[in-house]
Design a protein around this ligand. Sequence first.
Ligand code: CTP
Ligand code: MG
Length: 213
Amino acid sequence: VWTIVVAAGTGERFGRPKQFEDLGGRSVLDWALSTAGAASDGVVTVLPAGHAALGSDASTVAGGRTRAESVRCGLAAVPEEAEVICVHDAARPFASPDLFAAVVAAVRGGADGAVPGLAVTDTIKVVDRDGVVVSTPDRASLIAVQTPQAFRADVLRRAHVAGAEGTDDAALVEAVGGRVVVVAGEANNRKLTHPVDLEWARRLLSDDAERPR
Ligand code: CTP
Ligand code: MG
């Protein structure tokens, strides 16, 4: 089992590359890396081009313009013998080791891919370019998905042809006919997207520290 941690984004919505922000004395990226490291036989970290040039470690590579391109940069550094490959967002510091184990187990159990998902609590609308509502999908059939996402290595490599784009890796695997299953996601496995998300994460840590053991 190998994990690609993608950390090459620019953090446009956050205002700066959020993966390098401090969270309880370590970087957000460091949180993701330590869980990924404990849950996998090897980790490839995908960093912004400038950063990667600083390291000589083969397990650190430079990313691309889009998330999918960054994953492809990481894939090129995953050894051929890897059977299961997980892809994880550096911007999700609180994914648990159990969540990694759950997605990997689902792939070992026969799925091409496995993603953590939570039922959506907001009603979702499909809108056109002018912001006019086109339709309202039945909420019962909607799942908000997270990372880590696990895949059969051969299927993920086949899905990631040059130029393929999507907001997650499962979308690419689905596009080549792969069977992707959903496992229970985690409420605290929030992606830090806006500054308020980092404030939430810091508060969660300090609440934890204050709680009597
Ligand atoms: N990512 C990446 N390479 C890119 C774009 C994104 O490695 N070219 C990574 C981010 O670093 C992040 C994860 O993919 O860990 C999820 O992406 P997102 O939350 O969208 O982060 P950013 O793309 O950095 O943020 P924004 O979309 O607001 O610019
Ligand atoms: Mg992005």
